[in-house]
Design a protein around this ligand. Structure first.
Ligand code: SAM
Length: 362
């Protein structure tokens, strides 16, 4: 059947539109899940999203100082636990492997750390996995097929800009309750609409039940599920979870879904699988989820506070002394990572940890 190979595979746009035609509008979370994680065409299944030639730049790509300070943070907790002879360090969504490479270069200076380390990575993108292998291969990483397949030893989890990449559901308040936002077709074009039936009021966080018509609520069920699965492991095995992301400290209404392509905002419905879709992280819910498993949660810090308390100022001075030609770039990087009008305030840092540990930087 030689013609079989000539049958073109449907694009992700065509597949989504066909699904909507066949079974009706889909939730925003289903749409985001297909756009981000479709095994062949999802944004995070292939492509090279990060870096000057990609769609966005992340903190570890701005400066080596970011990963180095995360490395010191992990070493400090490992030492507080009595420097266990075996532990797992798991990174969620390690991107190009830059954060972990910088962290391990710094952390490996601590006696016994490298020998005790089992490095584990959770990543869906084949191109990024190859980059991680290039930068981290010497630490013999294991790529986990599931988020919580880890051994039983103490566990440290690091996630920079991972939770924002998970699908969210949105609900819009109307006179008769909260209606889920759906993606459907209008005149053959993808368009947002609302489910005709409101959800039960007790599915809405208590503090938002008096919201006004038109207000938008986001529920990040995938992020909550990921936090719960990991926190349960850490609660039993000892350790900590460090999550750095853009987001908000208290449950609130407001639409934060954003689409980014080539370093510019884009239409989230226009090019499924070719545009980065993300939503701000609700740190209140992530913290409550971890606390419910028995972990302690440090008071939420801004990224600026966290990095300054960990000593980014001193590290920048030392780097500038060693590389005087780079001094201006290093100062610019500190500004970009910590200044309130740049990444310093929008990005927040959550640490859920075994009771008794005192995480640095909070
Ligand atoms: C915004 S990037 C951040 C990358 C890196 N942490 C950094 O700071 O540069 C999100 C990362 O999470 C990965 N990722 C997104 N969704 C995922 C999923 N459902 N499962 C596994 N990895 C995922 C992406 O491929 C990418 O490595």
């Amino acid at each position: 059947m030689p013609w079989r190979g000539l049958v073109a595979e449907l694009s992700l746009s065509e597949q989504i539109d066909a699904q909507i035609r066949a079974a009706g509008p889909i939730s925003l979370a289903t749409y985001m899940g297909l756009c981000l994680s479709h095994p062949r065409h999802g944004y995070y299944a292939a492509g090279r999203p990060i870096g000057a030639k990609g769609d966005f730049i992340t903190a570890p790509e701005i400066s080596q100082m970011f990963g180095e300070l995360v490395g010191f943070f992990v070493v400090n907790l490992w030492q507080q636990m009595g420097s266990p002879l075996s532990f797992t360090l798991l990174e969620l969504g390690p991107g190009r492997g830059t954060l972990m490479a910088d962290a391990l270069r710094a952390a490996s200076k601590a006696d016994g750390f490298e020998n005790a380390l089992h490095l584990q990575l959770f990543e869906s993108n084949a191109n990024l996995k190859a980059e991680q292998e290039k930068r981290l291969g010497k630490h013999h990483p294991y790529w986990a097929p599931e988020i919580d397949i880890v051994s039983d030893d103490p566990l440290f989890v690091v996630a920079n800009e991972f939770f924002d990449a998970l699908p969210v559901r949105q609900f819009v308040r109307a006179a008769d309750g909260w209606h889920e936002r759906l993606v459907g077709l209008r005149d053959g074009q993808r368009a947002f609409g609302l489910s005709p039936t409101p959800i039960a009021n007790d599915a809405v966080p208590e503090e938002l039940r008096g919201a006004q018509p038109g207000e938008v609520l986001e529920l990040a069920t995938a992020a909550t599920d990921a936090m719960q699965r990991l926190a349960r492991k850490v609660a039993v095995q000892g350790g900590a979870i460090l999550a750095i992301d853009y987001g908000y400290a208290r449950t609130q209404t407001g639409e934060t879904l954003q689409a980014v392509r080539n370093h510019a905002f884009a239409d989230p419905l226009a090019a499924p699988g070719q545009t980065d879709l993300s939503a701000h992280v609700n740190f209140a819910v992530l913290g409550e989820t971890a606390r419910a498993t028995g972990l302690a949660v440090a008071p939420l810090a801004t990224q600026g506070e966290f990095l300054l308390r960990l000593g980014i100022g001193e590290r920048a001075k030392a780097l500038a002394r060693a590389n005087p030609n780079e001094a201006a770039n290093i100062a610019r990087a500190v500004e970009r990572l910590t200044a309130p009008e740049q990444m310093g305030t929008l990005f927040k840092v959550l640490c859920a940890h075994s009771p008794g540990l005192k995480p640095a930087g909070f």
